[in-house]
Design a protein around this ligand. Structure first.
Ligand code: 13P
Length: 251
């Protein structure tokens, strides 16, 4: 009942020429969105050009936005502007934002509320560090992140958003969480949502795995009951690999 999603996070990669070349290569091959949703999250200055050329099925997302509607926040991007230029998705609380740009659980929560006000589908990111995992504190840590992120959101909103579980130790390291580790934590997140809302809400919310996802490990990850797709960094930079991931989810 949950439609899989493959979301690419290009991070701070690709010039305009490279980004447009990517779209030119993938647009005709992205399958219709009956069985899979496909998204590319790009740097802010690329977004308008990508939206204009997004084709019928691929959708474009931002990598961050500010929680305020407007104001003196030099260098930031507003939800109103993202909506205005036709953006569909926005990553919120990526671990790199939390680590390097002081993103907190509180700002993540405010940004989720703001995304809803402007009709953007948020992809809310959570995930533990290696230290936390080694101390056997993953569940407590991630549960806390999820509870704080969802604070004061209604169940219909939670059903509409996407959660991405990205263990920090698996991001860009080539070390993927085993499909069982990813499944276990994602199932735990679903239990947290059920305890905050109800089983219906927990069953309807899409939860992705992210961290060194590649064409050769996607099948195993997608075979797990609670994993609804992937948030992909490195492998999403190549049109060929991105399409392979989408194909694996389109079954
Ligand atoms: P990699 O797929 O490069 O490990 O990055 C994961 C990620 O951070 C996606 O948001």
């Amino acid at each position: 009942m949950r439609k899989p999603m493959i979301a690419g996070n290009w991070k701070m990669y690709k010039t305009r020429d490279e980004a447009l070349q990517f779209l030119y290569n993938v647009n005709v091959q992205v399958p219709n969105n009956e069985y899979v949703d496909t998204v590319i999250c790009a740097q802010a200055p690329l977004l308008r050009d990508l939206v204009k050329r997004q084709g019928d099925y691929l959708r474009i997302g931002a990598q961050n936005m500010h929680e305020s509607t407007e104001g003196a926040f030099t260098g930031e991007v507003s939800a109103a502007l993202l909506q205005n230029i036709g953006i569909s998705y926005v990553l919120i609380g990526h671990s790199e934002r939390r680590q390097y740009f002081n993103e907190t659980d509180d700002s993540v929560n405010q940004k989720l509320h703001q995304a809803f006000r402007y009709g953007l589908t948020a992809i809310a990111c959570v995930g533990e560090s290696l230290e936390t995992r080694e101390a056997n504190e993953t569940d407590t840590f991630v549960e806390n992140q999820v509870k704080k992120a969802l604070n004061a959101l209604g169940s219909e909103q939670v059903k509409a958003l996407v959660i991405a579980y990205e263990p920090i130790w698996a991001i860009g390291t080539g070390v993927t969480a085993t499909s069982q580790q990813a499944q276990d934590t994602i199932a735990m997140i679903r239990r947290v949502i059920a305890s905050l809302y109800d089983t219906d809400t927990a069953q309807a919310t899409r939860i992705l795995y992210g961290g060194s996802v590649k064409p050769d490990n996607i099948d195993e990850l997608l075979s797990m009951e609670d994993i609804d797709g992937a948030l992909v960094g490195g492998a999403s930079l190549s049109a060929k690999n991105f399409l392979k991931l989408v194909e694996a989810a389109n079954k």
